[in-house]
Design a protein around this ligand. Structure first.
Ligand SMILES: [Zn+2]
Length: 121
């Protein structure tokens, strides 16, 4: 359901006439700026951005930016899905992959079978 004239869009930043490749949507309820594929139609809180400006986002304090891959657009996920994907990506990115052994390594000294406590009688 895409229109064929999306290439005519230009960056919405002042004094920038480069072709737009991304659409930035401000989600005020979540203080989130969602940067996704170029929207097929203009929305009230959406701004088309060129490649340069889409990489130099300046957001208000406390806002977070979410970058959507173009592939996500094909599945038509809901806004909640997009938020979940973005959160999952962020969590993975913050995790350090350090394998933790099931048990801490301990020296074998004094743990041989014949050194068990023997009742004295
Ligand atoms: Zn621009």
């Amino acid at each position: 359901m895409r229109t064929h004239n999306r290439s005519s869009r230009t960056c919405s930043r002042a004094s920038c006439n480069l072709p737009a490749i991304k659409t930035l949507t401000y989600v005020y309820a979540d203080s989130t700026a969602v940067l996704g594929p170029l929207a097929t139609y203009a929305e009230p809180h959406s701004y088309d951005l060129c490649a340069t400006h889409s990489e130099k986002l300046t957001l208000p304090n406390g806002w977070k930016a979410i970058n959507l891959e173009p592939e996500s657009d094909l599945m038509g996920p809901s806004e909640d899905d997009l938020m979940a994907i973005a959160n999952a990506v962020r969590e993975v990115g913050n995790q350090q992959i350090t394998p933790t052994p099931a048990q801490p390594a301990q020296p074998e000294i004094g743990r041989r079978g014949h050194l068990r406590a023997i009742p004295s009688n």
